[in-house]
Design a protein around this ligand. Structure first.
Ligand code: PMP
Ligand code: GLU
Length: 396
């Protein structure tokens, strides 16, 4: 029987595939060091779990409005106001089944076939696929080290034409581990003035920033920026709730309503008792747990970057946000290591896993074949062990 063209063309998520492969090998007894994970290795704070259990026991087990319970939409609107300086009515907020579905649904809501979507590299693996699933066309803008892998206003202006419908911004960035400064974002906002380009601002890593890095929500930059921005966030990273599948989107009412109509047919509401627990998650006690996690990530990120830079032919900027290092390893391309020809990041990742039992994600599915992604959402001990192996493997 036939499989749709759309489904035939969509590749599996590379980040999920690497993580699954590492877990499979571990289950077979192989001592794999996994740098693939895009999930914090901390448990969900206890009080959030308690809140879920409580609401489950209280019988919060039925359907809710598709866009989410009004109490949670209000709590999110309050969070966006108090923490981000964004003024959204609860009706301008929709709760989605994870930030991944926020991305998919936002694109379904505002893109038409033939529209172009600007994706600066490196981009999260899911963006180009969700663009294509909306019938739109990814317009990849190649960035490089010289700008810290950030799109410049000139590059942006150059990429915009009459078909451009959206720019996807992700800061702090997965996989790049960099964060746009407020000034850089202001320049991006300015370059968009006078256009009809939506901005999908993926702010899911907002709390994980390091050193003197500042985070700012794109929609706060100006009224113009606010009117074109869909602000995307979620509970997965900040509260270590990846398995709960809770994300949200806030933006202009027409777009949020359109997402709501789509969601009423696609998934209906996010898990009901999870929504009640999410209200608690947004309460004050989370700050301490978030800070503990952030401090630990900062320590690991610094160590990982330092170690990577000490390896011959590996170049890595220290992460200012998220929990990834994205080193350039391309000086090793063209070599043959342990019998494997390393042509690019795919072969690099495959050979490293086969020969040294270290799992990382190749840069190619993020649009940067010169790089590979290592997550530091694992213990310092694992990081040390994995980097020892990487160093030894590359010195062969
Ligand atoms: N955006 C980015 C940049 C991500 O890395 C992720 C990864 N999980 C998501 C969105 C979506 O996360 P979730 O679906 O778990 O909310
Ligand atoms: N977003 C995370 C990552 O990039 C989790 C995996 C996924 O959902 O793609 O690794």
């Amino acid at each position: 029987m036939k499989i749709s063209k759309r489904a035939q063309e969509v590749p599996p998520s590379a980040t999920i595939a690497v993580t699954a492969r590492a877990q499979e090998l571990k289950a077979q007894g192989v001592d794999v060091v996994g740098f693939g994970a895009g999930a914090p290795d901390f448990d969900t704070p206890e009080y959030i779990k308690e809140a879920a259990i409580k609401s489950l026991k209280a019988g919060q087990t039925k359907y809710t409005p598709a866009a989410g319970i009004v109490e949670l939409r209000t709590a999110i609107a309050n969070k966006l106001k108090n923490e981000n300086g964004l003024e959204y009515d609860p009706a301008q907020v929709i709760v989605n089944i994870g930030g991944k579905h926020s991305v998919y649904e936002a694109m379904q809501a505002v893109l038409d076939p033939g529209d172009e979507v600007i994706l600066p590299t490196p981009y999260w693996v899911t963006y180009p696929e969700t663009v294509k699933l909306a019938g739109a066309i990814p317009k990849v803008v190649q960035t490089d080290k010289s700008t810290g892998y950030k799109i410049t206003p000139a590059q942006l202006k150059d990429a915009i034409n009459e078909k451009t419908a959206m720019l996807v911004l992700n800061s702090p960035n997965n996989p790049g581990g960099f964060t746009y400064t407020p000034e850089e974002l202001r320049a991006v906002a300015k370059a968009l003035e006078g256009t009809n380009v939506w901005v999908l601002s993926d702010e899911i890593y907002e709390k994980l920033i390091y050193g003197d890095t500042k985070f700012i929500s794109f929609a706060t930059l100006s009224d113009d920026a606010c009117s074109r921005t869909l602000t995307l966030n979620g509970f997965s990273k900040t509260f270590s709730m990846t398995g709960w599948r809770l994300g949200y989107t806030a933006g202009p009412i027409d777009a949020i309503k359109a997402m709501g109509r789509l969601q009423s047919h696609m998934t209906s509401n996010a898990v009901t008792f999870g929504q009640y627990a999410a209200i608690e998650a947004l309460g004050a006690p989370a700050a301490e747990a978030i800070e503990t996690m952030r401090v630990e990530f900062e320590r690991r990120g610094k160590y990982m970057a330092k170690r990577l830079n000490s390896i011959d032919g590996v170049e890595c900027a220290e992460s200012t946000g998220a929990f990834y290092c994205f080193p350039d390893v391309s000086s090793h391309y063209g070599r043959t290591i342990g019998g494997a020809k390393i042509a690019g990041s795919m072969e690099f990742a495959e050979a490293l896993l086969d020969q040294a039992n270290v799992a990382l994600v190749p840069g190619l599915p993020f649009g940067c074949d010169e790089n590979v992604r290592l997550s530091f959402a694992c213990s310092l001990e694992q990081i040390t062990k994995g980097l020892d192996r990487l160093q030894e493997w590359l010195s062969k």
